[in-house]
Design a protein around this ligand. Structure first.
Ligand SMILES: [Zn+2]
Length: 214
């Protein structure tokens, strides 16, 4: 059986801003879901301890500085607070590149053919831990956990099913939905890594309702 290599990431872990740009975003906004994924980093850190992934990393700045889960050329990578600040954008881009490069470097080396005599190729299982606001634009989101994956990729579908079954086994009352509240195939870290590494890479995002943390 092919070896599965687990990696865990948490792009929206933090609501901090670099000291130089602290005043760019109002303090009230930094406390909200717009600045970070409330509760996600706590779940992510528990999972790191429990599952002992071979690689893991968390964002250290708010997505209002730069969104690590958007392609850097995507307009929404930068928030309205810093979009027109060239200095902030340059620093944010450097930070974004560093974060993405560390993950890609690990995946690349893990998937490189080893000299040892093994015929089976490893699979990277990447779980990105996120959370979503329970009410958006006045509409209550009636789901507890979303599992995002690309439906055109059979291996991702299989892993998504396993994760859903395990959540339901542990917490039968949980409302679990696939590709909710977002689509797994939208622009993001997993989408980039799929394109770059092909079928040996399995990218799944776990979206947890913030009502559990508020
Ligand atoms: Zn997120």
């Amino acid at each position: 059986m092919a070896k599965a290599i687990l990696i865990l990431t948490c792009e929206h872990a933090s609501n901090r801003l670099p000291a130089a740009f602290k005043k760019a975003v109002p303090a009230e906004v930094l406390k909200t879901h717009r600045a970070y994924d409330i509760g996600a980093v706590q779940v992510y850190r528990k999972l790191v301890k429990f599952a002992k992934p071979e690689f893991y990393c968390e964002g250290k700045f708010s997505r209002l500085f730069v969104d690590l889960n958007r392609t850097i050329t995507n307009k929404s990578a930068f928030s309205e607070y810093l979009r027109n600040n060239e200095n902030a954008k340059a620093q944010a881009t450097a930070y974004w590149n560093e974060y993405r490069a560390a993950i890609e470097k690990f995946v690349d080396s893990a998937l490189k053919p080893k000299t040892r005599a093994t015929k089976s190729e490893p699979t990277i299982i990447h779980l990105g831990i996120h959370s979503f606001t329970p009410v958006l634009n006045g509409k209550v989101r009636n789901t507890d956990i979303g599992i995002l994956y690309d439906p055109t990729r059979p291996q991702e579908r299989a892993y998504a099913n396993v994760i859903k079954a395990e959540i339901k086994r542990l917490y039968p009352a949980m409302k679990v939905r696939f590709n909710y509240p977002y689509k797994g195939s939208s622009d993001g870290l997993t989408t980039t890594l799929r394109k770059k590494f092909g079928p040996q890479y399995v990218g799944i995002e776990i979206e947890i309702n913030q009502k559990f943390f508020l």
